[in-house]
Design a protein. Structure first.
Length: 158
């Protein structure tokens, strides 16, 4: 009986066509090692810059076509934090509006408070079918769980 080809694994292989045991760890590790062996010569090969013609090495990805000097640098944007008002520089994209993780948290909490205040304030859009109290959403028929239970008691068994 064959044994697993993954290094350090001595489990038997259930099928004669398979190389690895039934453990997914061995299978995925073996596939990753195979992919790395296939890509290694391509990554190690020197590349020619499409813009200036200089030869450069890149061991990260096959998609890079320009040398580090010719690659476009992301623009540095001067922004003002929408939470604390502090000025900061950002270079990845123009979507960031806050300067730190703390301001991200504060912004999220502020939006949550504004949303809950909008949803849970009594704006007089409807009335409870049991007590006549004001409810916030026209799709609701009752203002609270106690009114639902009282209304069901009035109806009796169905």
């Amino acid at each position: 009986m064959k044994t697993c080809q993954y290094l350090g694994c001595s489990k038997p292989v259930p099928n004669t066509r398979r190389k690895y045991c039934c453990d997914n760890h061995c299978l995925y590790a073996g596939l990753k090692a195979y992919r790395d062996r296939q890509r290694a010569p391509l990554l190690a090969a020197p590349k020619t810059c499409k813009k200036c013609g200089n030869v450069f090495h890149n061991n990260e990805t096959l998609a890079i076509k320009r040398c580090p000097d010719c690659r476009p640098k992301p623009p540095v944007i001067d922004r003002t934090c929408s939470e604390c008002g502090r000025a900061f520089k950002y270079s990845k994209n123009g979507l960031t509006k806050v300067c730190s993780k703390r301001c991200v948290k504060d912004r999220h909490n502020r939006f949550a408070r504004e949303y809950s205040a909008k949803v849970y304030t009594h704006v007089g859009t409807g009335f409870c079918q049991n007590c006549g109290g004001v409810i916030t959403d026209k799709s609701w028929k009752f203002c609270r769980q106690e009114c639902i239970d009282a209304f069901r008691k009035k109806l009796g068994p169905v």
